[in-house]
Design a protein around this ligand. Structure first.
Ligand code: GLC
Length: 754
């Protein structure tokens, strides 16, 4: 009892210290605000790009000298893409040593999955279902970014993504709100740590608020029309988790949501985010998106856009330069209440104080720390572990995997197999080009000295320039490498064939209407299968692919995503059994792109498959030329071990239902299983998905052992948001499903009242 009292005392003490710290900052902010001129207040709302790197269309009137003058006059609040301890110091000196009040700049950058050390892309991290993968990765990213003078990352991207045609699915945590919420909390805590002013932590940014992933047709930046039910129960939950986790900033989205551009949405930014959720950080627009309200047809001109965005709660303008041009006049003329501007500036200054920038504006500009903190062995080890845990074993029918380390000969085939660049992903921050460990290198370092490793390129996927901002040239057909590939496959004991996408096929502006393997990849697979059936297909991709032929024909199939700086080692660790794969898909893989958007938590409809009749009547919800189901469902992933589920039991508890299930590892290998719990609220005032992930646990299962795993489901898991954003659970029958993926489950029903 005494220990509890002591601990609770410490917690209370910590909270009161935190409150005191916040109160002190609030006083400091108000004192500063009271001194500021209108022009200086407007200055804080401007976020401008450095001249060091562009990640979006550069404004025609962009002029670094002009920006330097603005900075010196206190006309800029923050910069993005200004890099290195030295570079940020230069820019910071301009502001601090020249402007009247010396208010420091905040420096932001897209540290999406690493600064120099690349972690697996976020979709891959989500495939680990392990929040520690997200947390540790974010800690590494923050440490490297903060050592390089940065204060703020535009991450995590937590847009629910149900459409594989949308290139930015790679940046997300996939299709499910619960899994995305688990990863969100870990990412935010990993970036921000316990103290934003610590020199190894950075401010995070929950983006893109909101519903960017629901762009019609999977076409980037396209219109979003979704119901309140989807918005409240699928889109918003991860953002609320981010707000509750204390994320310092939000970034709103390019898209319109049901007729209103996110920048101009008072509902999203004031009613929900700053109102109901009590968010006290600041909201930054996406690149130029305030000005884009004109092209959306929501604002008449830049001035109208500036007024509407500021009123709606967009506190900082990234590169639209609308606030710089119009806010002062809008306030002076009374068209915009200065209190609204004061609120925005207060929020921005508060984060700068929390970052410790007023104590020491150069605290993050330490070139010694920069040289010591980047690309370290420890950071690379975190990347390797994250890569291993993100890998999903999709097929291993013939027990081809794991490969013996002393296998006599291995043929490694594919342009992607010896790429040291593609595994870095497209949002690669300051990763050094061609710095990843390739699959070929990983295999070469993993096998015994007697193993003969041969390589053939086999196919050419891309040609020409490969950059973040330019179109990629995909080679439609190229069989010139087939003969060499067939020859090495023929003479090898086993072939590792790496297929998939170039990393610049995914990411911003990279929507595709077709998600099959491009070029001659599949043709090569068919030719190789004719000469050697011992083929392990390794997928390297940033989105679900339509791969029914590989699923049917390949003896072994491993999803490795873009696995980061240590990709080759992570992949080899799994291929040779140094790590028993534990990943589970965070997105559904379709048979055909025509099934997109494809997601597991679908509604029954009035004519589900059960309405199908034997005599082939067509009057049920289906395609005549493809299945409804996923080729590989959400939550799916195999192990080298085998796990058997039985004895699912449900029992009412004080707050809901206790779920227990027995799992046996029937193999001779230890393994990790992610036990997933789905529910279906059978009858409700808003129809509910036939299954929805509400809980999961990752359990280590010793060979031959049996375990009982328990879950408590309460109103928090069984309820949903109703009209008016009211959350509660409804009395009635619930089907509870438990399994190792969203398809193969044990199920039982129970009647509950709340
Ligand atoms: C881009 C992206 C956003 C990114 C920002 C800054 O257009 O939409 O995610 O953080 O611009 O680079």
């Amino acid at each position: 009892m005494m220990l509890v009292l002591i601990l609770s005392g410490i917690l209370v003490e910590a909270q009161s210290t935190m409150d005191e710290k916040d109160e002190k900052i609030a006083r400091q902010v108000q004192e500063l605000l009271d001194k500021m001129t209108l022009a200086e207040k407007v200055g804080q709302t401007n976020l401008y790009n450095g001249t060091w790197e562009f990640t979006g269309p550069v404004p025609a009137d962009d002029n670094s000298q002009e920006k330097a003058e603005l900075i010196k006059n206190g006309g800029v609040g923050g910069m993005l893409n200004v890099l290195t301890a030295k570079g940020t110091r230069e820019a910071q000196k301009l502001a601090v040593e020249n402007s009247r009040l010396g208010i420091p700049l905040i420096f932001g950058y897209d540290v999406i999955h690493g600064y120099r050390t690349m972690l697996p892309v976020p979709l891959a991290q989500a495939a680990s279902w392990d929040p520690e993968v997200a947390r540790k990765g974010a800690e590494v990213a923050a440490r490297e970014a903060a050592a390089s003078g940065l204060h703020w990352t535009f991450s995590p991207m937590i847009d629910i993504s149900r459409d594989a045609r949308w290139g930015r699915i790679m940046e997300s945590a996939g299709e499910d709100a619960f899994l995305t919420s688990v990863m969100t909390k870990a990412w935010v805590e990993g970036y921000q740590g316990e103290d934003l002013s610590a020199v190894h932590t950075i401010a995070a940014c929950a983006k893109h608020f909101a519903a960017y992933g629901f762009a019609e047709g999977g076409r980037d930046y396209n219109t979003v029309q979704i119901s309140d039910q989807t918005l409240y129960n699928v889109v918003l939950p991860p953002f609320k988790v981010a707000a509750d986790a204390g994320v310092a900033t939000f970034m709103n989205a390019f898209n319109e949501l049901n007729g209103v551009p996110a920048n101009g949405s008072e509902f999203l930014q004031r009613d929900i985010l700053k109102g109901k959720w009590g968010f006290d950080g600041f909201v930054v627009s996406d690149w130029g998106s305030i000005g884009e309200m004109i092209t959306h047809g929501f604002a008449a001109n830049d001035k109208d856009a500036a007024r509407k965005a500021m009123r709606a709660g967009s506190d900082m303008d990234m590169e639209a330069r609308a606030y710089e041009k119009h806010l002062e006049a809008l306030v002076s003329s009374g068209e915009l209440d200065e209190k609204i501007l004061d609120d925005a500036v207060r929020r921005i200054l508060t984060i700068k104080f929390k970052l410790g920038l007023f104590e020491d504006p150069y605290r993050y500009c330490d070139e010694q720390r920069e040289s010591e903190s980047i690309g370290t062995t420890e950071n690379l080890a975190v990347a390797r572990e994250a890569g291993r845990k993100s890998i999903v074993l999709l097929k291993n029918d013939k027990g081809l995997l794991p490969l013996p380390k002393d296998v006599k000969s291995i043929a490694v085939i594919g342009q992607l197999a010896n790429s040291k660049d593609v595994p870095l992903g497209s949002w690669r921050a300051q990763a050094v080009t061609n710095s990843a460990v390739s699959v070929l290198e990983g295999i070469e370092s993993a096998v015994s000295s007697d193993t003969e490793v041969t390589f053939a390129k086999g196919y050419t996927l891309t040609t020409g320039r490969r950059t973040f901002i330019h179109e990629l040239t995909i080679v439609p057909e190229d069989e010139t490498g087939f003969d060499e590939a067939i020859a090495v496959a023929k003479s090898a004991e086993v072939t590792v064939l790496v297929l998939g996408e170039d990393c610049f096929q995914t990411g911003e502006g990279r929507s595709q209407t077709d998600i099959q393997l491009k070029g001659s990849q599949l043709a090569l697979f068919r030719e190789l299968m004719k000469v050697n059936q011992n083929i392990v297909v390794v997928l390297m991709n940033g989105r679900p692919l339509a791969i029914p032929e590989l699923a049917a024909e390949a003896p072994a199939l491993v999803e490795t995503w873009f696995a980061g700086s240590q990709a080759g080692h992570s992949i080899a660790d799994v291929l040779f059994g140094k790590y028993n794969p534990s990943g589970k898909l965070p997105v559904s893989f379709p048979y055909h792109v025509g099934q997109e958007p494809l997601y597991y938590d679908r509604k029954s409809t009035g004519r589900p498959q059960t309405n199908a009749t034997d005599d082939g009547l067509v009057f049920w919800s289906h395609y005549t030329d493809a299945p409804n189901e996923a080729l590989y469902p959400f939550g799916y992933g195999l192990s080298y071990a085998n796990f058997a589920y039985d004895q699912l039991k449900l029992s009412k508890s004080d707050n809901g239902v206790t779920v227990s299930v027995s799992i046996t590892n029937t193999s001779s290998l230890d393994g990790i299983e992610t036990v997933q719990v789905y529910v279906h609220d059978v009858v409700a005032s808003w129809t509910q998905p036939t299954k929805r992930l509400v809980a999961y646990k990752q359990v280590e299962l010793k060979a031959g052992s049996t375990y009982t795993v328990e879950f408590e489901l309460t109103e928090q898991e069984l309820g949903f948001y109703h009209q008016g954003y009211e959350f509660y659970a409804e009395d009635g029958t619930f089907v509870v499903m438990v399994g190792g993926n969203s398809r193969d489950v044990l199920k039982k029903s129970i009647d509950l009242s709340f």
